[in-house]
Design a protein around this ligand. Structure first.
Ligand SMILES: [Zn+2]
Length: 144
């Protein structure tokens, strides 16, 4: 495992094991509703900065965790969701701050990220230890 410092987060991440897991699953195994398909299509337009962030962690952003879509007042769509990765949280920015408190948020281009060890929907065969990367992003509708 390698130690990764992101702003005030200190994490230990097994990038190779995480990448191996994402390589072992296919996009098609995920949900195929239009909301998820739209998110996956948007992944191809993510900036290099965002793609580098995912690559550094070993995550393929097209393969969920979980993707959730929320309507906004505009034509755009709010997406929230999460990915699992093999690793441990060594130090949180603040013990008291809530998950989406500014202290905890890592901003990469147009995306917001935070980490948690309160896990949801971990696949049975996901290598341990597991932590969860949560994201929030507003995206356009790209499907026909
Ligand atoms: Zn879906």
């Amino acid at each position: 495992m390698k130690t990764v410092c992101l702003q005030d987060w200190v994490l230990k991440i097994d990038v190779e094991k995480t990448k191996e897991y994402y390589d072992s699953i296919t996009v098609e195994e995920g949900c195929d509703c239009d909301y998820c398909k739209n998110y996956i299509k948007n992944c191809k337009t993510f900036s290099q900065e965002v793609l580098d962030f995912y690559t550094m962690l070993g995550i393929d952003p097209q393969k969920e965790g979980e993707f959730m879509e929320f309507e906004t007042d505009t034509d755009e769509h709010l997406y929230m969701g999460f990915y699992h990765l093999v690793g441990e949280i060594i130090k949180k920015p603040s013990k008291k701050a809530k998950k989406w408190d500014d202290l905890n948020i890592i901003r990469v281009d147009n995306m917001k990220f935070t980490f948690t060890d309160e896990l949801d929907l971990v696949p049975e065969d996901f290598p341990k230890p597991v932590i969860q990367l949560e994201f929030e992003v507003v995206l356009p509708w790209l499907l026909e």
